[in-house]
Write a protein that binds this ligand. Structure first.
Ligand code: ELG
Length: 283
């Protein structure tokens, strides 16, 4: 199947905000490719599944075991950060971000990562069997690393989670979530005019919305001729697990006729959308 042929990125993203020595919160989410599979609010003791297939092929017993590891980890992490803050006289507020997970490639090959940022800057990562400072990290990070690396039990748990559990769990999710992961949602497309770029010029805007998955091709064309002046916007989330994209073209008012917006997407099965400027009263 398609989802097994491509590489998939699985990420645990955690944000810990420490307002002062007594106010803090930690929230996390898990993403498989473009889809959110889990969430973990500060108020909750356990990681919640946001998809019915999010337990993958793990047994309830394995799942409970992992929940326990994460619960202990979150409270220990919070305590550790407060201790480091005191020891190193770091100032509040503090923001810590964790990004960890694995990328599973076809043929059972996988890579993993675990990075930590402090005040938005990468300070350390877990590499192989131990924690390492980031290339431009402040000097106090060396002391943090020294302390963290003394805990052999935690290093072993991190290695086990990254090397063994992560790819196993992802392979299970690819099975149980197959139909969601392979879903194809067709875009809607429409044209509008944007703010005039200057006297005698028009800004043609082609909107494409509601598509899934993310890869999308959109160009202004004249016949078969792709217009090199096409400016693609950023792909933005609609918030319902579909995406939005716009493409604009600045043209002399007299040259708008005959232009069209062409849209190619996997959901369209080769039947490109073509919207002509000037139809339905525009231009
Ligand atoms: N260890 C209890 O990141 C992302 C998933 C990591 C999972 C690690 C799970 C292991 C764990 O929870 C804590 O360790 C004790 O109990 C263990 C068995 O449950 C073992 O027996 C272990 O040997 C024993 O010590 C441990 O307290 C650990 O320190 C929790 C947090 C680890 C961690 N720290 C961390 C700190 C990571 C990045 C950056 C920082 C400090 C940044 C400083 C900025 C101010």
């Amino acid at each position: 199947s398609d989802v097994l042929r491509r590489s998939v990125l699985f990420r645990y993203l955690q944000i810990s905000s420490f307002t002062n020595s007594s106010w803090m919160r930690t929230d996390a989410l898990i993403l498989l490719g473009e889809l959110q599979t889990h969430s973990w609010s500060n108020a909750s003791d356990t990681v919640s599944c946001v998809k019915p297939w999010a337990q993958g092929t793990f047994s309830s017993q394995q799942w409970v075991h992992l929940q326990n590891i994460f619960r202990v980890f979150r409270s220990s992490f919070t305590r550790d950060i407060q201790e480091f803050a005191k020891m190193l006289s770091l100032e509040y507020p503090m923001e810590l971000q964790l990004s960890g997970g694995c990328e599973v490639h076809p043929g059972n090959i996988s890579e993993h990562f675990l990075h930590v940022a402090y005040q938005g800057e990468h300070i350390l990562s877990f590499q192989g069997t131990a924690w390492e400072p980031a290339p431009q990290a402040p000097h106090w990070v060396d002391l943090v690393i020294k302390v963290l690396n003394q805990d052999k039990g935690t290093r072993e748990t991190v290695q086990w989670l990254l090397n063994d559990i992560c790819p196993q769990f992802v392979n299970g999710l690819l099975e149980t979530g197959k139909s969601d992961l392979e879903k194809q949602v067709k875009p809607k497309a429409w044209l509008s005019s944007g703010p005039s770029p200057g006297p005698g010029h028009l800004l043609l805007v082609c909107h494409v919305s509601g598509f899934y998955p993310k890869p999308m091709w959109v160009m202004w064309v004249r016949g078969d001729q792709e217009q090199q002046g096409t400016q693609r916007g950023d792909i933005l989330p609609n918030g319902d697990e579909t995406w939005y994209l716009r493409a604009t073209l600045d043209v002399a008012a007299g040259e708008a006729a005959g232009l069209a917006c062409r849209v190619k997407h996997s959901s369209l099965g080769g039947q490109d959308f073509v919207l002509y400027w000037g139809e339905k009263g525009l231009g």
